[in-house]
Design a protein around this ligand. Sequence first.
Ligand code: PMP
Length: 341
Amino acid sequence: MDFMECSRMSSADLLSQIGQTPIVHLAGLDTGPCDLFVKLESQNPSGSIKDRIAVSMIDAAEREGRLKPGGALVEATAGNTGLALALVAARRGYRLTLVIPDKMSREKIAHVRAMGAEVVLTRSDVGKGHPAYYQDLAERLARDSGAVYIDQFNNPANPRAHETGTGPEIWSQLEGRVDAVVAGVGSGGTLTGLSRFFARVSPGTDIVLADPEGSILAEYTRSGHVGTAGSWLVEGIGEDFVPPVSDLSRVRHAYTISDAESFATARTVLRREGLLVGSSSGTLIAAALRYCRAQTEPKRVVTFVCDSGNKYLSKMYNDTWLNDQGLSDRPSTGDLRDLIA
Ligand code: PMP
């Protein structure tokens, strides 16, 4: 461990440890002529990329006077934003209520509860406009109780955290040579913030969308048409609507990735690279591999490990669960061996 790492670890303020995550080169996969890098957002203090936006959104609410000492927060979240908000709320003395769709992993729900958040579980099988839809329910709860609705889907402090933090970090870690950035969209904060940053410093950098099969976003970026959503098992990315805070106008390529391919990719990354990545990272890396293999020139491509696979040990890393979903450990296109260099 070098001096920089030691000084980072000895800082007294946990929240100042958010960001400055490592980037690693994936060497064991077939990336065609390209170099593929992943930024390990799983190493943030609460375990995901969402720590960045939790601080940014709470800072903004404090600055704007909407959030007072001892105040209450409500958010709609797949889990990781909840964990990140629970971390910041615990350290700054805020009460937190989270509205979570019931398809989300038990591990995440147990974790936010253990961190002191109140959890309201709601249906996963209803869309926007239904009273049980997680975002509509969260907004109503906040309004009725006078709490601050964090609303990552409409909050400009969400993409700003990536425009001013994640983007510049990647740029400096890859020494100003980034040909493509591959991201998924949950709220769209990551992709939007990064597209804004790269449009400024490196307009030739390709912005690539990785979208789960069933989500409407990949088709929307191609045709502007908002189709009917299906369902998918990957957590944290893919939407049945276009999040208002997102700006997808700079997306140059979009890949639709099935659950089977996402899970098989994540499991291959674990076996070949030793990285235990979450389910959305499987989708992102699968899309990045497709982009890499479609290139004829060497390119430097970066994507994310948004959270760790330890949250999904009972799901995509569990053979019985995979079989129960009708998914064996095989990608839907090609053979698993295709992924390996
Ligand atoms: N991966 C995971 C595991 C997530 O929880 C999220 C956020 N829901 C994302 C990716 C997508 O990030 P964003 O909200 O910035 O689009």
